[in-house]
Design a protein around this ligand. Structure first.
Ligand code: TZP
Ligand code: MG
Length: 212
C-alpha cells in the first residue's frame, strides 16, 4: 500500500527563476501557511547534486507539514528524504518508478489524454497514486508542454481516471471557477503562487476560490 493520499486541493509546483527574488524556501513555506497541501520540487535546470541539496533544505524546512514530491528524478527521492515523486509521460515508466520508490511513497503521473489513463490502468493497482491532467491552458511556464486541452477535455480525462486528479497549466484565480465542475480533486499551480507578490495570500485566495 502507498502512503495515505495528501490534500490535493491546492498543489504547488516550484520554479527556480520565479522564486529567486524572495527565495524558494520562504515562498513554499508562505504558500503552505496559505493552504497549499502538497509541494512538488521541479527544477529541470539543476544537476543531481544541486537538486539533492535544494531538496534536503526544502524538506527540512517543511518539517512534515505537507508532503514533498520530486519531479522526474525518482532516483533522488531517497537522498532528499521526500515523500514521493511526480513523473511525466517521457520520464521513467510508472511501474519502474514504483519499483524504485517502494510501496510507501507517493507517485503522481502527468497525463494528457484518456489513452494515457488507460495505459496507466494496465499497470494495475498500487502503482500510481494520483494523476496530473494538463496543460489545461497554454502556459509560458512550461514551453515544451503538450497542447492545451481546456476544461472540457480535463473533465473527460478525470472521468476516465480511477485515481484522484489535479489539473495544471495556466491556472490562475480568474480561471478557477471554470474548473469547478470538471470532477478533478484539486488545482496545481506554478506561477499563480511563485510569481505572486504575497505567496501566502495567493494560496489563500486560490484555495478559497476552489473550495467555494
Ligand atoms: N506541467 C504542465 S503545465 C506546467 C507543468 C509543470 C506548468 C504550469 O505552470 P503555470 O505557471 O501554473 O501555468
Ligand atoms: Mg517530466
Amino acid at each position: 500500500m502507498s502512503a495515505p493520499l495528501p490534500d490535493l486541493r491546492l498543489y504547488l509546483v516550484t520554479d527556480r527563476a520565479m522564486t529567486a527574488a524572495y527565495g524558494l524556501v520562504p515562498t513554499v513555506l508562505d504558500a503552505v501557511a496559505g493552504g497549499v497541501g502538497i509541494v512538488q520540487l521541479r527544477d529541470p535546470e539543476a544537476d543531481d547534486d544541486e537538486l539533492v541539496r535544494i531538496g534536503r533544505e526544502l524538506h527540512a524546512a517543511l518539517a512534515g507539514r505537507v508532503p514533498l514530491l520530486v519531479n522526474d528524478r525518482v532516483h533522488l527521492v531517497e537522498a532528499i528524504g521526500a515523500e514521493g515523486a511526480h513523473i511525466g509521460q517521457h520520464d521513467l515508466p510508472a511501474d519502474q518508478a514504483r519499483q524504485v520508490l517502494g510501496p510507501d511513497r507517493l507517485l503522481g503521473l502527468s497525463v494528457q489524454t484518456v489513452a494515457h489513463v488507460e495505459a496507466a490502468r494496465e499497470l494495475g493497482p498500487g502503482v500510481v497514486d494520483y494523476i496530473g491532467i494538463g496543460p489545461v491552458w497554454d502556459t509560458a511556464t512550461k514551453p515544451d508542454a503538450a497542447r492545451a486541452g481546456g476544461p472540457a477535455h480535463t473533465a473527460a480525462v478525470a472521468a476516465a481516471s480511477p485515481w484522484p486528479s489535479v489539473a495544471i497549466g495556466g491556472i490562475n484565480l480568474a480561471r478557477v471557477p471554470s474548473l469547478r465542475h470538471t470532477g478533478i480533486d484539486g488545482i496545481s499551480v506554478v506561477s499563480a503562487i511563485c510569481c505572486a507578490p504575497e505567496p501566502r495570500r495567493a494560496a489563500e485566495e486560490l484555495l478559497a476560490a476552489w473550495t467555494r
